[in-house]
Design a protein. Sequence first.
Length: 79
Amino acid sequence: MSPTTILERICRLFTSDASEHLDSICGAIVAGTLKEPVRPMSDQELARAIREFRSAPVSDGTLAKLSQRFVAASVPRDV
């Protein structure tokens, strides 16, 4: 799967509106200007980033979208 496809899937998960930040990342991937970091993230840096991400408040829009997905998943599909 291409990086652009992965980014598009991530965008659909987290936002229904256009995001300037995600659009700039997508543009950099397509243009080939997005490069890997010189130094990989250390375990401590990764742990700190995960803690910061998990401590951020969840938006009402995200909760509504997740709720809709649970409702849709609980409805049996005819195969």
